[in-house]
Design a protein around this ligand. Sequence first.
Ligand SMILES: NC(=O)c1ccc[n+]([C@@H]2O[C@H](COP(=O)([O-])OP(=O)(O)OC[C@H]3O[C@@H](n4cnc5c(N)ncnc54)[C@H](O)[C@@H]3O)[C@@H](O)[C@H]2O)c1
Length: 260
Amino acid sequence: MKDLLQLKDKNIVIMGVANERSIAWGVAESLYNAGANLIFTYRKERSYKKLSKLLENSTVDAKAVLQCDVNSDESIKETFATIGKDFGVVHGIVHSIAFAHAEDLKGKFVETSRDGFAFAQDTSAYSLIAVANAAKPYMSEGGSIIAMSYLGAERVVKGYNVMGVAKASLEASVKYLATELGEDNIRVNAISAGAIRTLAAKGVPSFNDVLTRIEQESPLKRNVTKEEVGDMTMAMMSHLSRGVTGEIIYVDSGYNILGI
Ligand SMILES: NC(=O)c1ccc[n+]([C@@H]2O[C@H](COP(=O)([O-])OP(=O)(O)OC[C@H]3O[C@@H](n4cnc5c(N)ncnc54)[C@H](O)[C@@H]3O)[C@@H](O)[C@H]2O)c1
């Protein structure tokens, strides 16, 4: 099986583990079991502490744990320069990062502030472009970049507001990046995940209603898990998906196909 995936000893950067509930942690477990070398990045000291504990208490091994604040070009460049120096080649990147100010999610969309809009875009969408640009020199053997999106990018999900527009921008960025980086055999895709109870999800006021609705109405009649998103991310990182780029892949119990 590992041979089919061709992930053994591949250097994969995982950005966005905040705690054990993080989607990125589900991804880390899947990729580790497939034999990949994992390089983790975190934003704040708090995440570093949580991540260190998680690593201590699990079988997942980290080849490196580095700080990277995606709101800062300098931080992104420095992180990837260190990764390049220490590992030579990057084969994959998992971008599992998003943030918007709570007041921009709670209020009416029409009242979104200029700053709040820019901040959500910068953190949740532009960061993918900046990361791809900083990583590109080290992705000399080709590779795969995965971002995490949500249905709120293309449909109106109550309470998702400014983040929905940031995800729309993220999904469009995936397609533009895929088109340009394809000649270097770098594939860029997004997973559109169903609702999963995480720290980031706490900021979305309608989250509990969304979970209930998916359970009642989705084709699979249940919510998805971070492990399921992890496995699909692993497939999208692997040799199995070598012909796929610029796609938005749904791991959402089929909820996105519903009309009314
Ligand atoms: N949980 C869901 O229901 C759901 C559904 C679909 C998509 N997603 C997406 O999955 C991704 C991961 O979110 P999650 O739900 O696992 O929540 P999470 O809170 O565990 O992860 C979000 C991560 O983003 C990081 N982050 C925020 N700002 C950053 C910055 N400036 N620099 C570096 N890192 C920063 C946080 O530190 C955290 O690790 C996000 O893109 C989110 O929008 C989540």
